[in-house]
Design a protein around this ligand. Structure first.
Ligand code: MF3
Ligand code: CO
Ligand code: CO
Length: 310
């Protein structure tokens, strides 16, 4: 049997030291031959103006962009280990993105300085890769978005680094299962709030809280387009799902309370109580019969399944 760290109460604040910001490396560059989203130069994506339903051509491109994002996440996942800096993971992901002919969507999105997000322990989302090294027992979400063939594919996985305590492994495992519970609610004729209802029920049954400040989003030629997908039941989210819609589901679940605050870097969101948070994300297409997960590789590999917590 594998050695496990001492189990602590699921609701007690994390006993390990809080995550602290490290040093940022210089901004990475993308070769001029790679097509960029409009905000890459200015940092400003502007308002969402596109319809909710994608054209057949856009859907074809979304499958390709989703596959590229999944490929990058699979690749960077191989580098997750004790002692690696999150900046190194950013470099690996950036280089792989460029190698595949894609643009790393986060880079200069609203001024974001890096190519992926790396969110460690109590960081809920939008952690900025820096000089901090991963430690035994950490959890880290890696969120990859690739702009390819004019559209974005957006996906993330939370990794367990070395031996983590049982509450952390429970959190990671059930956050992934909550994403899949949300996906199971996606079908034409269902409403957006059916997704959040399923996720919230799964979270509650597993003693986890659901983050409310960050939600899933329409995705396509725009990184974040108009459709809003709460991961909790919101009775106002009555939009009926229709074939051709593409959006993310990306629940953030916490061991402690749901409330969070953002560091003065204006990005890093952390839990108020210091308890850990996990997240998984897929990009989805509503089909005639249900939905397709777009963030899978061309050979059908799903990073969330390869790197699932035991
Ligand atoms: N990939 C994140 C999402 O799931 C967005 C990151 S925006 C960034 O929506 F600027 F922080 F990269
Ligand atoms: Co997203
Ligand atoms: Co994402």
């Amino acid at each position: 049997m594998k050695r496990r760290r001492k189990t602590s109460s699921a609701l007690a604040p994390a006993s390990d030291p809080p995550v602290q910001a490290g040093l940022l490396s210089p901004m990475r560059t993308v070769p001029p031959s790679i097509a960029r989203p409009p905000y890459a130069r200015t940092g400003d994506p502007g308002p969402s103006v596109l319809p909710l339903i994608r054209t057949p051509e856009e859907i074809t491109a979304m499958r390709a962009a989703g596959a590229v994002a999944a490929e990058i996440l699979l690749h960077v996942g191989k580098f997750v280990e004790v002692g690696v800096t999150t900046d190194k993971l950013d470099q690996v992901a950036h280089d792989e993105t460029v190698r595949l002919g894609a643009y790393p969507s986060p880079l200069n999105y609203r001024g974001y300085p890096k190519s992926i997000c790396t969110s460690v322990n109590e960081v809920v989302c939008h952690g900025i890769p820096d000089s901090r090294r991963l430690r035994d027992g950490d959890i880290v979400n890696i969120d990859v978005t690739a702009y390819y063939q004019g559209v974005h594919g957006d996906t993330s996985v939370t990794f367990v680094v070395g031996d983590a305590d049982e509450p952390s492994r429970h959190l990671v495992r059930e956050t992934r299962n909550a994403l899949y519970a949300g996906i199971a609610a996606v079908a034409p004729g269902a409403r957006v709030h059916d997704i959040g209802r399923a996720i919230e029920a799964h979270a509650r049954a597993n003693d986890l809280s659901v983050v409310r400040e960050f939600i899933g989003h329409g995705v396509g030629p725009e990184f974040h387009s108009a459709l809003a997908i709460p991961h909790y039941f919101d009775r106002r989210a009555t939009t009926v799902l229709e074939p051709g819609m593409t959006f993310t589901i990306e629940p953030m679940l916490n061991l402690g309370r749901a409330s969070l605050h953002v560091w003065d870097d204006d990005w890093t969101a952390v839990t108020d109580d210091g308890c850990r948070s996990a997240q998984f994300e897929h990009t989805l297409l509503v089909t005639d019969g249900g939905c397709d997960i777009l963030t899978v590789t061309d050979s059908g590999t799903v990073p969330a399944e390869v790197f699932a917590a035991d």
